[in-house]
Design a protein around this ligand. Structure first.
Ligand SMILES: *Cc1c(COP(=O)(O)O)cnc(C)c1O
Length: 408
């Protein structure tokens, strides 16, 4: 893959008519090392945030040994890249054939569930030919918790209510070799208190069940940095989670797990898009609601942007960076819903033919591209500069790209 110093160099050399995905392997490596060394437990990468085989390999090379997968396709992909990784099947509603293949072909032992029916399904799908149940199942009961401190809710679909959790924990304990409690506080949790509240609910469920718990999995939700959404340092989350974990009534050797998706992948990608047309403060660009900018359209997520001058040192093209204006975007498809409100702050003189780099698209961005309306093609390149924001460097000035990776 071609390596460039930054997105400006990419745009000038390739003059791309299609969106270009920019990979920053050093940024993903740094995020992985941060979680692997600083989280006071085990960090599983939630593959759905960005199921790129390249990224999975980078995370493994930098200390991430466990992977949270949600489908048999994700399990096959990670297993083909990482034969020795520990894979966990953490979708609470699975098909029997997926469970069977995961257990017998891919050596998956950890499964999550939130109903009695799913427990029975797992037991039957992993039973030996003589009908005897597996003795090595590691099962996690998913608890419903509040999403009130997160930007994207995950509170309605999955998780057993506290009132019913005790009974399910008891029946799962009878068949599990190892029993965990897991939850998800919602994505982009803007305060560590989200986890405190969820851990209190876990405490109540455990007390109610009166069973031995071997693992607590605090799920994903660890934030990244976006315009208007600058979270506290991740160290604060880790410290508070650790303190409340230690106070739970669980086995003395119980493990603490987390499942970051966004936090491990957000800084890995940005995207170079081209301005096809300008209409007042609306820019028609070549990616949108059916591409990597899915969240910008569907949940009005604001990603950081930067203008790329058409020629280096070109005075006219290097637009006055102090004269800025709020823009919204239209994507390339013929659909009115292909609209991104923003605001995206760019030089007031931007025009058709210019390029824009959209940052922090590694999580739920690069993974969302479709071929709807014939769009969705484009190159993938590597750059060595810093992502537009980082939770792992003390947040450098986004205009400075000195190619130096600072390790803490
Ligand atoms: C989506 C998901 C994650 C990752 O969530 P982030 O907010 O991206 O960290 C982790 N665990 C489960 C079960 C998920 O569904």
């Amino acid at each position: 893959m071609h390596i460039f110093p930054d997105a400006s160099a990419v745009a000038r050399e390739l003059a791309p008519d299609e969106p270009v995905i920019v990979n920053r392997p050093h940024a993903a490596a740094r995020a992985a090392r941060f979680f692997a060394t600083k989280f006071p437990g085990k960090s599983l990468y939630a593959v759905k945030a960005n199921p790129s085989p390249d990224l999975v390999q980078i995370l493994w090379d930098n200390g991430i040994t466990h992977y949270d997968t949600a489908s048999i396709a994700e399990i096959r992909m990670v297993r083909s890249v990482l034969p020795d990784a520990t894979l966990c099947f953490m979708h609470p509603v699975k098909t029997a054939s997926a469970i069977r293949e995961a257990y017998f072909t891919h050596n998956v032992r950890t499964f999550s569930l939130d109903t009695q029916e799913e427990l029975e399904k797992i037991l039957e799908a992993t039973a030996a030919q003589d009908g005897s149940f597996a003795k090595d199942l590691r099962l996690c009961v998913r608890l419903r918790v509040s999403s009130e401190y997160s930007e994207l809710s995950l509170a309605s679909k999955f998780g057993i209510d506290l009132a019913d959790a005790g009974e399910l924990l008891q029946s799962t304990r009878q068949v599990a070799d190892w029993l965990g409690v897991c939850f998800h506080v919602g994505s982009q949790a803007m305060t560590p208190f989200a986890y405190v509240q969820a851990l209190e609910r876990a405490r109540a469920a455990i007390a109610d069940a009166g069973v031995v718990i071997d693992m607590i999995d605090v799920g994903g939700g660890f934030p990244s940095s976006y315009p208007g959404m600058e979270p506290p340092p991740l160290e604060d989350y880790f410290a508070i989670i650790h303190r409340h974990f230690e106070a739970l009534p669980i086995a003395y050797n119980a493990e603490l797990w987390c499942e970051p998706g966004r936090a491990l992948s957000a800084e890995y990608n940005s995207l170079i898009v081209k301005v096809e047309k300008r209409r007042g403060d609306e820019l028609f660009i070549n990616d949108g609601a059916y591409g990597a900018l899915y969240d910008a359209a569907h949940v009005a997520w604001r990603f950081p942007v930067r203008h790329i001058a058409r020629k280096a040192g070109d005075v006219e093209a290097a637009l006055d960076a102090t004269d800025l204006k709020d823009f919204s975007f239209y994507g390339p498809t013929c659909d009115d819903a292909d609209f991104m409100e923003g605001p995206f702050v760019l030089p007031a003189g931007i025009k058709a033919g210019d390029w824009i780099e959209v940052g922090m698209l590694g999580a739920y961005g690069a993974a969302m591209r479709t071929a709807f309306n014939g769009f969705g093609q484009g190159d993938v390149v590597v750059t060595t500069d810093e992502p537009m924001a980082s939770l792992y460097t003390g947040r450098p000035d986004p205009r400075v790209s000195d190619n130096v990776v600072s390790l803490r």
